[in-house]
Design a protein around this ligand. Sequence first.
Ligand code: PMV
Length: 365
Amino acid sequence: MSSAINELTYRDKKLIFSDTVPSGKIGWQSPSNIALVKYWGKMPVQVPRNPSLSFTLSKSNTKTRIEYTSASGRDMKVDFYLNDQPNPEFGLKTKAFFESISDIFPFIRQLDFKIYSENTFPHSAGIASSASGMSALALTLCDLERTHFGNLTEDADFYRKASYVARLGSGSACRSVYGGLVDWGKSKVLANSSDLYGIPVGDQVNEVFLTYQDTVLLVNAEQKKVSSRAGHSLMNNNPFAPERFQQAQRHIGELLEAMKAGDLETFIKITESEALTLHAMMMTSQPYYLLMKANTLQIIERIFAFRDETNIPVSFTLDAGPNVHLLYPFSEKEKVMQWIKSELREFLSPLGFIDDEVGKGPVKL
Ligand code: PMV
């Protein structure tokens, strides 16, 4: 990491309204993402212990609209509405986040906020709503800066800052500000990579991955018993962690090579190994815990068997939960869908599945 990047803080005392404090509305829609090489383990402040690589999704989005007016008092006011319902818990969390980034956007303290947020996927479906939610919020704040201070007019600057700010909210959110395949974390094989923000790398891969499918099989829609924050911190004492962090470094290089070459066999080997390693880290933490369910394993067994029988390159990855992300080329969609409906349905919760795919990234509302 160059020292210039190391020092990148985006602190800027000049971002203060000196005359009239404006009011207005700004909104962004941002997608969730699914990691292929997993981020698991971090250092302060939200710096990953290893680089990660993800597909940004298409249909699993958060839409966030911010209404801002001149502050009515000294205490910051953040009213949060989730799906049009007041949500004081999210209001408090967002207020704490805004306070934590008020040296980046000092004008935040001059405003009152009403935030309207909605997810296009069911709550607790195992889709990372923190990634889509935090990236939508970060993009909206950068847009507020661009609108009223005339900064960030170059897209590269705008998205880099949004990614940096999103990372402070939720690490993996920094990858959601770009479409396609995105790296976050310093890797030898990617010259521009950084621990502080994501970079898009989708233009480097074979076209089969531009339309790759991710059908999320919902095994269990319960709330997670162990938060990812707690999971990350358990990596500090996991005896296998140092080797895991090195493995992730190797996987980034190998996976990118395979994806450039369109080598699906290696893609499958690395991504499935990543999914199982993530869960192995949970099982080898102290205290240990298990997020897979019996039906998660049933589905994984069926995937191995189906792939052996048909040679269809369908594979899986897992997030920090029991649901299975089924990954496959668009050209196999019909056959895979038929198989899901005939053979996997019995292992799914009543929510069924979410039929998603690689997406193009956030859009302004
Ligand atoms: O961004 P966080 O702190 O919610 O952590 C996300 C961790 C995983 O989803 C398990 C992996 C990843 O890289 O997204």
